[in-house]
Write a protein that binds this ligand. Structure first.
Ligand SMILES: NC(=O)C1=CN([C@@H]2O[C@H](COP(=O)(O)OP(=O)(O)OC[C@H]3O[C@@H](n4cnc5c(N)ncnc54)[C@H](O)[C@@H]3O)[C@@H](O)[C@H]2O)C=CC1
Ligand SMILES: O=C(O)C(=O)COP(=O)(O)O
Length: 387
């Protein structure tokens, strides 16, 4: 029985895909696989038996990727599965920052007992007047699954859109409207744009990328939107910029103790991916990836191990090995098989950074003895009998 632990609630449409060979456990310490959304995993003890973690979502900064890789635990995410949900909220953010919709709604709530509210609305409304986004310049930093959708949608709403992503993938470039002005540096976005929206992962290089220095390069009265992660923005610097009026509004899906208390901040409680559709898409993708890994050893959309697809095993046995990407690993593996007089029918070896993964299809069913011999090789992190 394969034991699955959910650290966050995962949509039923995904969980229902698990066959009778899988059982849910409340105890992570006995899990073969973990499903997670935003729960922080950095301080959790990772059980020896754990084989895979699937993040039903995009951002993986809540998971200790390297520690997992070092223990032979493959971490998956679900690229693009919640991108439309975030895009729609980011467009809402553009509008919320441009028209005082929140102020206006609050005014109605405060005056709901007023019998003359219908008449008084017409007097009060001038306080909540705003501006339109059509014709304004939007800068999109990070043209991945979400950034591309935001750029294209804003373009269709009549904005002049600039995009920057030094590492843009070919697929995302194909999906980007030809109207988007592709700039090579964020500085061009800072200089030109009335609205700036950030859609990059939180990494050492992107942490605090919005700070006093970068804000100083922006237009006076710029609107900044952050639907990615709070730490992309230095909140003390943002506080100063909001006070001085350099930044007119900061829209964030990641309020923290500081930004939640700042004037000029429009804070949303991390709702980007909280839609029925995104939750379903993420759950289905995460569960399918876990099942393919557990049942066939295949890796799709991992963030710490290479992609590897050996299909369904058609020979008598299959062994999967998570190992370090160092010299002589393959020759040591093949000599274990040849020492046992076992023919290798098929093999795949892939690497990603410091880690590698190999699948061997062999002409006898795999044995514990083989596993032990392979596991004793220096640099091997996990060995698994698939068949
Ligand atoms: N508010 C919410 O509920 C959600 C937030 N997110 C956040 O949004 C982020 C982006 O999500 P996706 O678009 O799905 O990921 P993605 O991986 O498809 O796109 C990220 C893009 O950022 C680019 N990038 C990386 N470093 C960069 C840099 N220094 N400058 C410019 N571009 C850079 C990459 O090349 C990639 O194209 C996630 O990492 C996550 O933190 C994602 C989903 C939901
Ligand atoms: O996918 C992401 O990166 C998100 O931020 C969504 O987080 P959630 O699954 O809503 O906790």
């Amino acid at each position: 029985m394969v034991k699955v632990n959910c650290l966050n609630p995962i949509a039923a449409v995904g969980m229902d895909l698990f066959s009778a060979d899988y059982a849910k456990t409340e105890n992570m310490q006995e899990a073969d696989a973990v499903l997670v959304r935003s729960a922080a995993m950095h301080d959790l003890e990772l059980p020896e038996n754990l084989k895979a973690i699937a993040r039903a979502g995009a951002g993986v900064n809540n998971i200790p990727l390297d520690k997992c890789a070092g223990k032979g635990i493959v971490v998956f995410n679900t690229p693009g599965a919640n991108a439309n949900g975030v895009k729609e909220l980011a467009i809402a953010g553009l509008l919320l920052a441009s028209r005082d919709i929140v102020g206006g709604i609050n005014w109605v709530a405060e005056n709901k007992a007023d019998e003359n509210i219908a008449k008084n609305v017409e007097k009060a409304k001038s306080k909540f007047a705003g501006r339109e986004i059509m014709g304004k310049k939007l800068g999109v930093i990070g043209l991945g699954a979400i950034g591309v959708l935001v750029a294209n949608a804003a373009n269709r709403l009549g904005m002049k859109v600039y995009g920057c992503d030094p590492y843009i993938s070919v697929d995302h470039a194909w999906n980007l409207s030809r109207d988007i002005i592709h700039v090579k540096t964020n500085d061009e976005i800072y200089k030109e744009c009335d609205y700036i929206t950030v859609h990059v992962p939180l990494l050492d290089e992107t942490k605090h990328m919005i700070n006093t220095e970068t804000i100083s390069k922006m237009k006076d009265g710029v609107v900044i939107l952050n639907f990615a992660r709070d730490l992309l923005v230095n909140e003390d610097d943002m506080g100063e910029a909001l006070k001085s009026g350099k930044v007119a509004r900061y829209v964030t899906d990641f309020p923290n103790a500081k930004t939640a208390n700042m004037e000029g901040v429009i804070a949303i409680p991390h709702l980007g991916a909280s839609t029925e559709e995104s939750e379903d898409n993420c759950a289905v993708m995460a569960v399918k990836q876990i099942m393919d890994y557990i049942e066939n050893g295949n890796i799709r959309n991992s963030v710490n191990y290479p992609s590897c697809n050996a299909g369904i095993c058609e020979s008598a046995g299959r062994i999967a090995i998570n190992h370090r990407n160092i010299r002589n690993m393959l020759s040591q593996f093949t000599s274990v098989f040849s020492g046992e007089n076992i023919n290798i029918a098929n093999m795949i070896n892939k690497s990603k950074g410091e880690y590698a993964y190999s699948i061997f299809d062999i002409e006898i069913p795999s044995t514990e003895e083989l596993v032990n011999k392979l596991a004793s090789i220096d640099g091997v992190l996990k060995v698994r009998i698939i068949k």
